[in-house]
Design a protein around this ligand. Structure first.
Ligand code: COA
Length: 311
């Protein structure tokens, strides 16, 4: 089966971090409430000269440079985002221009919220088959601060801005398993008439969805590939809430050490969280050749998706 092989990663964060205490300038909250309910200690928000576009370009440039590939090797550019700077052009087209990528390739945004990076990986597998080029540039980039209601303490403390990028190569006969799905619901939503409304969320409904979708995704991937949790080196999941991850660890009866967590420093960066984790783990030398990793995303839609691959 055609599978994706991870060649390189990159990430970009806004300059300014906001501690939990500093969120009190917006809403009635406390470090104790946020940390104990979510595991988040701080998040980054874009300044005036930063945006989904600038973060996506910086992360993508880093991943491309580290891959050793030429722009002409890139067969598609997909940006998973729910907070693109423009309705059009897509963020992907702006990345395409900034990096000087070939004209005859598709570049588009993928809207699947926090599962977007995984949906984009699946789309890239299909696009590369017909492209004649080897690699996909896949980015998760979000300026969640642009869609947050900064007067709603139920949501504004949970999210952050950031971008992660990866270059994947399409490899015939690679070991690769993937699944995707949707439980249609507007439990998290942004927009409405004239795209005017900021985020609204039924937090407890989303929590219930997440604690079932994450472990189910891992189990379904393992079942599809006829493997067990012992065969997996890392589970890299969407970083929404540490209680969601810890509940899944208990349900799966897996060792805590196989789950990488960094949401304490970034909060929920939606589609960017998985590639940001990948880049941090790469930087720390935690991702080693031949390891088998599981990626799991879940979020608004309600969407869920997973992929298991050897790196
Ligand atoms: N600071 C202080 N108090 C807050 C608060 C904040 N930032 N946000 C909400 N509260 C209050 C509420 O007003 C409510 O008060 P009330 O009981 O007086 O009405 C209370 O805290 C709710 O507490 P509780 O029900 O115990 O919260 P919770 O344990 O359900 O946690 C979430 C709330 C949002 C953290 C949790 O439901 C969650 O993580 N959901 C998933 C959200 C998510 O991850 N979304 C993205 C998925 S990709």
């Amino acid at each position: 089966m055609n599978g994706l092989k991870l060649l390189s990663t990159g990430r970009a964060l806004p300059r300014q971090a906001f501690s939990n205490d500093s969120m009190r300038q917006f809403v009635d909250t406390s470090d104790e409430w946020i940390a104990s309910r979510t595991g988040i200690n701080q998040r980054y928000f874009c300044g005036e000269d930063e945006s989904t576009t600038s973060l996506a370009i910086d992360a993508a440039r880093m991943a491309l440079e580290r891959s050793g590939m030429a722009p002409d090797d890139i067969g598609c550019v997909l940006v998973a985002t729910s907070s693109g700077e423009y309705a059009m052009p897509s963020t992907a087209c702006l990345v395409h221009a900034a990096l000087g990528l070939p004209e005859d390739i598709p570049a588009m945004d993928v809207g699947a919220a926090c599962a977007g990076f995984l949906f984009a990986m699946e789309a890239a597998r299909g696009l590369l088959v017909t492209s004649g080029r080897r690699c996909a540039l896949i980015i998760g980039a979000e300026q969640m601060s642009s869609v947050l209601d900064m007067s709603d303490r139920n949501t504004c403390v949970l999210f952050g801005d950031g971008a992660g990028a990866a270059i994947f190569e399409l490899v015939p006969d690679a070991e690769y398993t993937s699944i995707q799905g949707v439980r249609g619901s507007d439990a998290i939503r942004v927009g409405g008439p004239c795209r005017a409304q900021k985020m609204a969320m039924d937090g407890q409904a989303v929590f219930r969805f997440a604690v079932s979708a994450l472990p189910q995704c891992v189990n379904d991937l393992l079942q599809k590939a006829s493997m067990t949790t012992d065969d997996v080196d890392w589970v890299i999941c969407h970083q929404a809430n540490v209680r969601i991850i810890d509940s899944s660890i208990r349900r799966l009866k897996m060792p805590d050490e196989k789950f990488y967590k960094n949401l304490d420093r970034y909060a929920n960066t939606s589609a960017a969280s998985i590639p940001i984790v990948l880049d941090e783990m790469n930087e720390k030398g935690l991702l080693k050749p031949n390891q088998r990793i599981i990626l799991v995303g879940f979020g608004a839609g309600l969407t869920w998706a997973g992929a298991m691959l050897r790196i």
